[in-house]
Design a protein around this ligand. Structure first.
Ligand SMILES: C[S@@+](CC[C@H](N)C(=O)[O-])C[C@H]1O[C@@H](n2cnc3c(N)ncnc32)[C@H](O)[C@@H]1O
Length: 216
């Protein structure tokens, strides 16, 4: 955790309850060790959706559908979510959860590798004004060109897990050998987001670290 645990717990104590079915999906996902968005990221998404009122949402990394179902609670009536997942057992669970939450009409789950699906969507000329990147951290940088093609001016890209539980500030040799590639790719991604002329980006030290990038 990047933020002091007691501060995070206090902030959370001020939050309102989520709908009961979302609580149940979250509880099951945590019990099954599925990595889902943390409370501060949940609140951020809720707030951003209510403020920006997007027309269409693209999520990369559905897992068992928790964050897409959460977003569907707070998005406008006519908004639709497209989400992508490649692990077969998570796809099955995500579909079950979407039916359980009564959201299967509002969320389209695309099955397969995001690298291929993003390319296909961008080749088809699709556009999404609210994007949530929450897949394999080392791949964010590879997804960026297709993401850019689909994000209109004024649209927003939210990327989760960008500070890697604080490891991002370590030197390359301060992280385990296994994590070095992800570490350098995430640093490259953060540098790109914060220096590209097409984006205005802020990095927020909440949850596992989140960036908000608006297309200018
Ligand atoms: C952190 S989890 C997503 C959690 C989800 N957004 C939530 O909060 O409920 C990341 C998911 O991305 C999926 N994933 C990772 N790389 C992917 C890729 N290249 N294509 C499709 N899915 C991918 C993983 O299988 C995993 O289920």
């Amino acid at each position: 955790m990047i933020v002091d645990e007691r501060i995070a717990a206090y902030i959370f104590s001020l939050e309102r309850e989520m709908p009961e079915k979302l609580n149940a999906i979250e509880k099951q996902a945590l019990a099954d060790y599925v990595p889902i968005i943390k409370k501060p990221t949940q609140s951020l998404l809720r707030f951003m959706l209510r403020s920006l009122k997007p027309d269409s949402i693209l999520e990369v990394g559905a897992a068992v559908g928790f964050s897409s179902i959460l977003m569907s609670e707070y998005m406008p009536e006519n908004c639709h979510i497209t989400t992508i997942e490649k692990m077969p057992e998570r796809i099955v669970k995500a579909r079950d959860n979407m039916v359980y939450a009564g959201k299967e009409e509002r969320i389209t789950l695309l099955e397969g590798d995001a690298a291929d699906i993003l390319k296909q969507l961008s080749d088809e000329g699709k556009s999404f004004d609210f994007m949530f990147m929450d897949a394999a951290k080392g791949q964010y940088i590879n997804f960026l060109p297709d993401i850019m093609k689909m994000l209109p001016v004024g649209g927003i890209l939210i990327s989760d897990n960008v500070l890697q539980d604080g490891d991002i500030v370590q030197s390359r040799y301060g992280v385990t050998r296994r994590n070095r590639t992800i570490h350098s790719r995430m640093r490259e991604y953060l540098y790109e987001l914060t220096h590209m002329k097409e984006f205005d980006t802020i990095v927020l030290p909440i949850g596992d670290g989140v960036t908000l990038s608006t297309r200018i």
